[in-house]
Structures are given as structure tokens and as C-alpha cells.
Design a protein around this ligand. Structure first.
Ligand code: FDA
Length: 309
């Protein structure tokens, strides 16, 4: 119930300025974000890979309204990709990219700028021996993001997509993307969306998730089951068995800091498990979405704010 109000509150500049005074090392931030530097990201990735899990690294930032900032984000991805390659962590570690962080929201030719920037990151990822997945943001960006995905896949067919089960359109999008070689991460969706485009109740979102999962598991692509929901994890396993999918022909994905024991249990059972690790100093939007998903975190968060630590 707290989810929508918290996401609305998160848009307030006052709240943002106040929360951002917290250090990344404070408990509530470091639970979800291991650090701000590329080195801390590579280190966190190394630890996770050492336990038999895979990683997708996300350089935090979104809604960039300035060209220089978009270019800086591209440079940050190039630097971390080269660090990963030097550390011998590719292909176990790939990167996730938000198109709004590389220029999609810029007025005028934002779509083209984001496409060119994503292409630069895909080239560097391929040279480093790994892949890129395009994160999905709010529904106003879905068409542009899927268009960019289609263009990128002509040269980089390994590029992953994300679809959000809370959107009414997603079952159809799953059908279109369930082709051989297509990597699709299915998540519930983390933004505040209107009733006209998205299911609002948890039950409706969960039911949509199962319908989408059925399409992806029955299809010829590579489903990436991104959820911490125990029921959906079980259903994904049952669907994989029903469609005679081998372990490794799909994967589970969870966020850094959430249900780590379950991540390890799945990996120890032979499943492919990928941990999404965000890093960087633009952690505010990411943190607020995680808090909104877990109202019981909010009291802890307010206490952390009060003590700033
Ligand atoms: P749900 O929120 O119902 O949680 C199920 C259970 O998981 C909870 O009962 C609790 O035990 C645990 N849990 C969930 N969230 C928690 C939290 N914050 N803290 C502690 N425990 C928690 N969204 C999006 O819109 N675009 C995107 O590109 C992505 N990308 C993405 C990648 C990966 C790898 C994951 C796992 C998720 C995303 N998401 C995303 C986020 C996703 O849409 C969704 O908001 C979260 O995963 C939470 O939904 P669950 O499916 O985990 O279910």
C-alpha cells in the first residue's frame, strides 16, 4: 500500500536533496548498492562470481537531461568493461544500461543519441567478451526502447531486453520477442504507472507475470526470470520442466542484497543465477524503488536518515 505514495514522494526535490546527504556506506544504501566507484563494482562482481553466480553491472543514473552527462555515462561503461575484461570476469559479468542515462530523454534527437551511445557500449562489451541488456523504464519509453533494441540486435543479436509484467501490453511483447537467440528479462515492473497502461494490484501483476513466463518458456528464446517472489521462482522451474528446458537454457536473476541465500540455493542446485549489481553515486532513484517494494524497510530507512548513517 505504501508503494505508490513513496514513489510520488521520491519525486520531491527536497526529499531527494535530504536523502542524498546519506553516505553510500550507510546500512540502507549499502544493502542495495555496494559502492560508487568502478573498482568497488568490479570487486563486488568478483565476489559474486566466486560463489558460482553471474552478474549484470548497472552504472546508476537515469533521466539524463544533459549531453555531457550522457557522454560521461558511456565513458563509465567503457571503463568498467575494460576493468572487467582485465580482471578476467567476462563473460560471467555483463552490463545493464538504462537508455535514459545515455540520452533517450534529451529533447530533439534523444532517440538517436541513445541508439548511438548504446551501440558504442555494445561494441565495447563485445570486445570485452560480454553482453549488454537494456533496462526498461517507465511506459512512456517502452516503444522507443524496443525500437532501439531491434536496431541494436541487427548488429548485436546478443543484446538483452527487459519486459515488465505490470504493463497490459507485455504478453504481446513477449510473443514478439520469444524467438531463437532473444534474451528477455521478465520483471514485475518498478515504476508508478497509471491504470490505463498497467495492472495495479499485486495479484493482477503476478497473474500477468505467469502468463508472460508461459510464453517465454514455451518460446525459442532465452528467458531471464527476474524476481525474488518464491511462488514465481517455483512456477518458472515447473514451466522449464514442462517445456523440457535444460538448466542453462534460461536463468534466474535477482538484485544485489535481496534474498542472497535463495540466490545461492538456486545456483548450488545447478541453475544459472545472475545478480544485478548497481553502482555509482546516482543511487537515489534506485534506492527509492527498492524501498517502495518493501514497506518494512521504510522504518529502518527513516531511522538511518535520522542518524545519517
Ligand atoms: P515482489 O516485490 O512481490 O517481492 C517478492 C519478495 O521478494 C518479497 O516478499 C521479499 O521477500 C523480496 N523482496 C522484493 N523486493 C525487496 C526489497 N526491495 N527488499 C527486500 N526484499 C525484497 N524493474 C523495471 O521496471 N525495469 C527493469 O529494467 C528492472 N530490472 C530488474 C532486474 C533484475 C535482475 C531484477 C531482479 C529486478 C528488476 N526490476 C526492474 C525490478 C522489478 O520490476 C521489481 O520491482 C522487483 O524485482 C521486485 O519485484 P519481485 O518480482 O521481486 O516481487
Amino acid at each position: 500500500m505504501l508503494r505508490q505514495p513513496l514513489l510520488v514522494l521520491a519525486r520531491s526535490d527536497k526529499v531527494k536533496r535530504f536523502v542524498e546527504t546519506m553516505p553510500v556506506s550507510s546500512g540502507i544504501v549499502s544493502r542495495y548498492v555496494p559502492g560508487e566507484s568502478a573498482e568497488s563494482a568490479v570487486e563486488a562482481a568478483r565476489e559474486v562470481v566466486g560463489t558460482g553466480r553471474l552478474v549484470s553491472l548497472d552504472f546508476l543514473g537515469e533521466d539524463t537531461m544533459d549531453r555531457a552527462q550522457a557522454d560521461a555515462t558511456v565513458q563509465a561503461y567503457l571503463a568498467v568493461l575494460s576493468g572487467l575484461s582485465e580482471a578476467g570476469l567476462t563473460p560471467a559479468v555483463e552490463v545493464s544500461v538504462k537508455l535514459s542515462a545515455v540520452g533517450q530523454a534529451l529533447s530533439g534527437d534523444g532517440h538517436k543519441i541513445a541508439l548511438d551511445n548504446a551501440r558504442t557500449i555494445c561494441t565495447a562489451a563485445r570486445n570485452a567478451g560480454t553482453t549488454v541488456t537494456l533496462d526498461m523504464e517507465d511506459h512512456t519509453t517502452t516503444d522507443s526502447t524496443l525500437d532501439i533494441l531491434h536496431e541494436l540486435r541487427q548488429d548485436f543479436p546478443e543484446t538483452g531486453a527487459v519486459l515488465q509484467a505490470y504493463l497490459h501490453r507485455t504478453e504481446t511483447d513477449c510473443r514478439e520477442l520469444a524467438y531463437a537467440g532473444s534474451r528477455v528479462r521478465l520483471c514485475k515492473g518498478a515504476y508508478k504507472e497509471p491504470e490505463s497502461v498497467a495492472y495495479q494490484s499485486k495479484d493482477d501483476v503476478d497473474r500477468s507475470y505467469v502468463r508472460c513466463l508461459k510464453v517465454l518458456m514455451a518460446g525459442r528464446g532465452y528467458p531471464m526470470v527476474a524476481t525474488h517472489d518464491p511462488r514465481l521462482v517455483d512456477i518458472a522451474g515447473a514451466l522449464a520442466t514442462r517445456w523440457e528446458r535444460d538448466q542453462g537454457s534460461y536463468e534466474f536473476q535477482m538484485l544485489y542484497g535481496i534474498r542472497p541465500t535463495e540466490q545461492q540455493r538456486l545456483a548450488d542446485n545447478g541453475e544459472k543465477v545472475r545478480v544485478y549489481i548497481p553502482y555509482g553515486n546516482e543511487w537515489y532513484g534506485y534506492l527509492m524503488r527498492r524501498l517502495a517494494e518493501r514497506p518494512s524497510n521504510v522504518r529502518f530507512f527513516l531511522r538511518s536518515l535520522a542518524t545519517k548513517g
